[in-house]
Ligand binder design. Structure first.
Ligand SMILES: Cc1cc2nc3c(=O)[nH]c(=O)nc-3n(C[C@H](O)[C@H](O)[C@H](O)COP(=O)(O)OP(=O)(O)OC[C@H]3O[C@@H](n4cnc5c(N)ncnc54)[C@H](O)[C@@H]3O)c2cc1C
Length: 318
């Protein structure tokens, strides 16, 4: 059996897509796990997106604690006999997966960007050395645990005719000794580059903070209105908040259109936006690396090109 768990619904739907491919190849069932609440609508949604079974673990756990979730998932894996376990690679999943592997004395590959069977062994790919290489690894132990970042796989289209079982079971989990004293939400400007359909990004090619208005203007008239940036703009110059930061150590994005202005295209930036639908690069250096990743390249001064592009889009959109 292939088992999928994340506390993030979107990520679960993405993993169900890859999970169903793996399960089909193995001739096994695909199970999604829901923890803590009996949510029939959610179970239905997982089934419509490929799950053959939804395992609802009813507990009185109120919020995520790695120790408690590890114990619970360990019990569920043992109970279901799952051999392949996909865990969403968000903050909680990253705490959970290696603990789980240690408890089950098995292997865990983190942040997989692809999974497939080769020579009957589950084979994983993940990006290493800041995006300069891909590590290909195989499991020698079971259950095989892999974590999957968001936006790697597209969810399967919703199919309300797909049927599946919902199994509910109560679990008593030993309370963790740790206590959550306070949960403080990060201050946010409300920018969500990860879900944006169109992103206009700026880099060190901009001379002053105020000049970022040029990307703001273009982003404003394009549907999506989201501004992104390279690391120096957020981390070193602090011209934009970290919410805008795209790349290996920033946000991973997958918009339909990504416009990069004054960004050189170092591998660490590309790692965060390489899956974008159409990439447009504006750079005055014809040899800039960004052009290797771009579908359309404009060689020139961003201070001339951005206002022209903004006006052209304005005219086109009436
Ligand atoms: C461990 C690690 C993690 C990292 N993570 C990230 C990350 O998540 N995201 C990220 O972005 N970077 C990351 N970096 C940094 C990365 O290596 C680069 O240093 C960074 O992406 C460069 O940013 P940039 O392209 O804006 O600046 P630069 O490399 O300085 O490029 C500026 C570009 O602007 C062009 N330009 C200048 N003036 C103009 C003009 N008037 N018109 C048009 N073009 C112009 C130049 O030709 C140049 O190509 C990381 C580095 C490390 C070591």
């Amino acid at each position: 059996m292939v088992l999928v768990f994340s506390d993030d619904k979107k990520l679960t739907l993405e993993m169900l897509s890859k999970g169903s491919e793996l399960a089909k190849e193995l001739g096994k069932k695909l199970t999604a796990v829901v923890i803590g609440k009996n949510d029939d609508a959610l179970a239905k949604e997982y089934i419509a997106h490929g799950a053959d079974k939804v395992f609802v673990a009813e507990t009185d756990i109120e919020s995520f604690k790695a120790e408690e979730y590890t114990e619970l998932l360990e019990s569920i894996i043992k109970e279901t006999g799952a051999e392949t376990v996909l865990i969403g690679s968000n903050k909680n999943g990253k705490e959970l997966a290696p603990r789980l592997a240690s408890r089950l004395n098995t292997g865990c590959v983190t942040d997989c960007t692809n999974l497939y069977f080769k020579d009957k062994k589950l084979t994983t790919e993940r990006i290493v050395y800041s995006g300069n290489a891909i590590a290909v690894e195989q499991f020698n132990s079971k259950p095989q645990i892999a974590t999957i970042p968001s936006k790697v796989f597209d969810p399967l289209p919703k199919d309300d005719k797909h049927t599946g079982d919902v199994v509910k079971k109560k679990f008593d989990v030993e309370k963790s000794a740790s206590k959550i004293l306070k949960i403080q939400e990060m201050k946010s400007e409300g920018v969500n580059v990860e879900d944006a359909e169109i992103i206009v990004s700026c880099g060190r090619g901009f001379k002053n903070k105020d000049d970022i208005k040029l990307v703001d203007d273009l982003a404003e008239i394009l549907k999506g209105r989201t501004v992104g940036c390279s690391r120096p703009i957020a981390a070193d110059l602090k011209w934009l908040a970290e919410e805008h930061w795209i790349g290996l150590s920033g946000h991973k994005v997958k918009p339909k259109l990504y416009i990069a202005a004054g960004i050189s295209g170092q591998i660490q930036h590309i790692a965060g936006m390489r899956d974008s639908g159409v990439i447009v690069a504006i750079n005055k250096d014809p040899e800039a690396l960004i052009f290797k990743s771009a579908d359309y390249g404009i060689v020139g001064d961003l201070y001339e090109i951005l206002p022209k592009l903004t006006n052209a889009v304005k005219e086109k959109m009436g």
